[in-house]
Design a protein around this ligand. Structure first.
Ligand code: GDP
Length: 442
C-alpha cells in the first residue's frame, strides 16, 4: 500500500501532539525530530529532509501556532502544506495543446514499467476523447514490440511498428505521418531501455529527441527503488532533459521516499502515478491529495472523481426515479453492485476515506468473496424473481442456491438484506418528502 509505513509513523507523531492541548517549543522540537526520523526511514533524500524540517520548524515555532487554541491542528496543516509543496504544490498536466499531433516520448530503464505506462497513458487519454497512437521504438528486445501490440489491442489503441531492422529514429519520424493519416491526435513513443544508464542508449534518445522534437518527454521510474529512482531521474534530466516523471509501482511502495524527493532534487514534477499492474491502474498525480492521504486525512476528491467516472448520470436519474416509486428491484441491486466494482478494488477505495488510518484498515477486511456470492445468487434468478422477490418460494430458493453454488441460508440472507435496504430507502424517501413539504425540521 502506498506510503503505508510513513503514514503510520507520521500519524502517530500527530496523535501524541493532539493529546497535549497547548504546545511548548520543546513539544514541537520533539515532534520534528520524530518527523525527521520517519522521513529518513522512508528513504527521503537527506538534504530534502533537512530543508523540509527547517522550513516546518520555523513556521511551527511562530507565535501563531503556540498561541493557537488548537496548536496540533496548526502543526498538521503546516506539515501538510509543506509536503504538498515538496511534491510540486499543484497537479502538473500534460500540455496537450502544445501540438497536433501531440508527441509524447516515454523514456526509462528496463523494468521500470515504461511499456505498460505508455499504454496506460494511451488508455487514460482515450477515455478523455483523444485518439492516441502507440509507437514501438524498442527494437532491441524482440518481445517489446509484441508486448506493446498486446496492450494496445486490449485498449483498442493502434500500434505503429516497423519491425526490428529500421532505426528507432526513423520509426519515430515515420510515425508522425502515420498519425496524421490515421487521424491520431496523440503519439506515444515507447523507446528502448537498458538495465543501467549507458551512453549508447542516451545517444539514441537524444537523436530521437532532436529529429522528432517531442512536445514532452516523460521519464518512467520505479518508486520501489527509492533513492536510485531519484538518481536516475537526476541523470536523465541532466543528460537528455525531461518534462515530467511517472512514478510507477506506488502500490507496492510503503516508504514513499522517491515520490517525496524527486521534485525537490530534479525540479521536475511527477505527472502520473502507477498504482497497479492493470492497464487502468494509473492516476494523475495530485501533490495536495497525496499529502492528505499520507497524513490520514483521506482523499475525498479522488473518490468523487472515481465515482463520476464509473457512474452514468442518466442511469443514476433512472435509479432515483425507481427508488422514489418503490420499484427498486434485485436487478437494480445487482447493477449497482457492478457499478461500484467499476470504481476499483474496495480496499483501494477505503484508503481514500478520511479518518480511516492504515492500521484500522488492516483489521477491516472487505470481503470481495461475499460480493461475488451475492452476484452469483442474483444471476441465478429469473427476471421475474429479480423484479418481484416475493414469488421466491422454497422450491425456487432451492433452485437458486443450486444454480449459484450457495446454500438456501445464503439466499434467505440476501433476500432479508434486500428487503431491509428497500425499507430503508422508503424511509429516506418519506423523510425527504416531509422535509420538502416543510413537515419535519432537523
Ligand atoms: P519496461 O521494461 O520498462 O517496459 O517495463 P514493463 O512495462 O514491461 O513493466 C515491468 C513490470 O512492472 C511488469 O510486470 C508490469 O506489470 C509491472 N508494472 C508496471 N507498472 C506497475 C505499477 O504501477 N504497479 C505494479 N504493481 N506493477 C507495475
Amino acid at each position: 500500500m502506498a506510503f503505508e509505513n510513513l503514514a503510520n509513523k507520521l500519524q502517530n507523531v500527530f496523535k501524541k501532539l493532539r493529546g497535549k492541548g497547548k504546545l511548548t517549543e520543546k513539544d514541537i522540537k520533539d515532534a520534528m525530530r520524530e518527523v525527521r526520523l520517519a522521513l529518513l526511514e522512508a528513504d527521503v533524500n537527506f538534504k530534502v529532509v533537512k530543508d523540509f524540517i527547517d522550513r516546518v520548524s520555523e513556521k511551527c515555532i511562530g507565535a501563531e501556532v503556540l498561541e493557537s487554541l488548537t496548536p496540533a491542528q496548526h502543526v498538521i496543516k503546516i506539515v501538510r502544506d509543506e509536503l504538498t509543496e515538496l511534491m510540486g504544490s499543484t497537479q502538473s498536466k500534460l500540455n496537450l495543446s502544445a501540438g497536433s499531433p501531440f508527441i509524447l516520448m516515454m523514456v526509462g530503464l528496463q523494468g521500470s514499467g515504461k511499456t505498460t505506462t505508455a499504454a496506460k497513458i494511451g488508455g487514460y487519454l482515450k477515455k478523455q476523447g483523444k485518439h492516441p497512437l502507440l509507437v514501438a521504438c524498442d527494437i532491441y528486445r524482440p518481445a517489446a514490440i509484441k508486448q506493446l501490440q498486446v496492450v494496445g489491442d486490449k485498449l483498442g489503441i493502434p500500434v505503429f511498428s516497423m519491425g526490428q531492422n529500421i532505426s528507432p529514429v526513423d520509426i519515430a519520424k515515420a510515425s508522425i505521418g502515420a498519425a496524421k493519416k490515421g487521424g491520431n491526435d496523440v503519439i506515444i513513443i515507447d523507446t528502448a531501455g537498458r538495465l543501467h544508464i549507458d551512453e549508447e542508449m542516451m545517444q539514441e534518445l537524444k537523436d530521437i529527441k532532436s529529429e522528432v522534437r517531442p512536445h514532452e518527454i516523460l521519464l518512467v521510474v520505479d518508486a520501489m527503488t527509492g533513492q536510485d529512482a531519484v538518481n536516475i531521474a537526476k541523470n536523465f534530466n541532466e543528460q537528455l532533459g525531461i518534462d515530467g516523471i511517472v512514478m510507477t509501482k506506488l502500490d507496492g511502495d510503503t516508504r514513499g521516499g522517491a515520490a517525496l524527493s524527486v521534485k525537490a532534487v530534479t525540479g521536475k514534477p511527477i505527472k502520473f502515478a502507477g498504482i497497479g499492474e492493470k492497464l487502468e491502474d494509473i492516476e494523475p498525480f495530485y501533490p495536495d491529495r497525496m499529502a492528505s492521504r499520507i497524513l490520514g486525512m483521506g482523499d475525498v476528491l479522488t473518490l468523487i472523481e472515481k465515482a463520476e467516472q464509473a457512474f452514468d448520470e442518466k442511469k443514476a436519474m433512472e435509479l432515483q426515479e425507481k427508488i422514489s416509486k418503490h420499484q427498486f428491484t434485485l436487478q437494480d441491486f445487482l447493477d449497482q453492485m457492478q457499478e461500484v466494482k467499476k470504481m476499483g478494488p474496495l480496499n483501494q477505495l477505503l484508503e481514500m476515506i478520511p479518518g480511516l488510518n492504515q492500521k484500522q484498515l488492516k483489521g477491516f477486511n472487505v470481503d470481495e468473496k461475499e460480493i461475488t456470492k451475492i452476484e452469483a445468487i442474483i444471476k441465478s434468478m429469473t427476471p421475474e424473481e429479480r423484479a418481484n422477490p416475493s414469488i421466491i418460494n422454497s422450491s425456487r430458493k432451492k433452485r437458486i442456491a443450486m444454480g449459484s453454488g450457495t446454500s438456501i441460508q445464503d439466499v434467505n440472507k440476501l433476500l432479508r438484506e434486500f428487503e431491509q435496504t428497500r425499507k430503508m430507502m422508503k424511509q429516506f424517501q418519506d423523510i425527504d418528502k416531509d422535509l420538502k413539504k416543510g413537515k419535519k425540521k432537523f
